[in-house]
Design a protein around this ligand. Structure first.
Ligand code: CA
Ligand code: CA
Length: 188
């Protein structure tokens, strides 16, 4: 019974420490067709693109997809975001097609220069939500690059847990939960 109590306390403290944020780019909202910027920061995260510029469509533009979003207009150029080297869990992102050619955007996200995940949008103009796999937990830097020749992707609503739950906490919790289960079985 005591181990079950410890497990519950551990899980509770892990939940209490987690902080989920949504990077929504709304501070960039404007009504020009588009603007370009060197970099962008929100909630402590800095977005940069090497040897290029970031773009933001205005609310009156044909490629405004209903919410202010960020794009990098040059296929093959890498956009990077970090939180000053701190670890974070990247959970999901909204992606919409933009510009020509019409069709699906292909965009590849890479974590710390290692594990990658490629998303292909559905084609019709408008946002879709894509989920990152568990290898994007505990990242310190994530970049994305769009495939040249496919529509430029614009990204929005990046959902991040800024206080990663250490894998050891989960393992310890699972082990204690298992112990509790064995003990319960013995007392039957
Ligand atoms: Ca937005
Ligand atoms: Ca779409």
């Amino acid at each position: 019974m005591r181990s079950i109590l410890i497990t519950i306390l551990l899980l509770f403290s892990a939940t209490a420490n987690s902080a989920t944020i949504t990077i929504d780019f709304e501070s960039l909202e404007h009504s020009d067709p588009y603007i370009t910027i060197d970099s962008y920061s929100e909630d402590g995260f800095l977005f940069t693109v090497q040897n290029s510029l970031l773009g933001v469509r205005g609310t009156t533009d044909a490629w405004y997809a209903g919410s202010t979003a960020l794009y990098n207009g040059f296929g093959g150029k890498e956009t990077v975001f970090t939180k000053g080297g701190e670890a974070f869990d990247l959970l999901s992102i909204d992606v919409s097609e933009i510009e020509i050619p019409l069709g699906s955007s292909t965009v590849t996200f890479t974590r710390d220069g290692g594990h990658s995940q490629t998303f292909v949008t559905d084609g019709p103009f408008g946002f879709e939500t894509f989920l990152f796999d568990s290898r994007f937990l505990g990242a310190t830097s994530v970049s994305w690059v769009s495939e040249f020749g496919t529509p430029i992707p614009q990204v929005d609503n990046i959902i991040i847990n800024t206080v990663p739950i250490p894998a050891t906490t989960w393992l310890f919790g699972s082990a204690l939960a298992g112990l509790g289960w064995i003990r319960r079985r013995r007392t039957i």
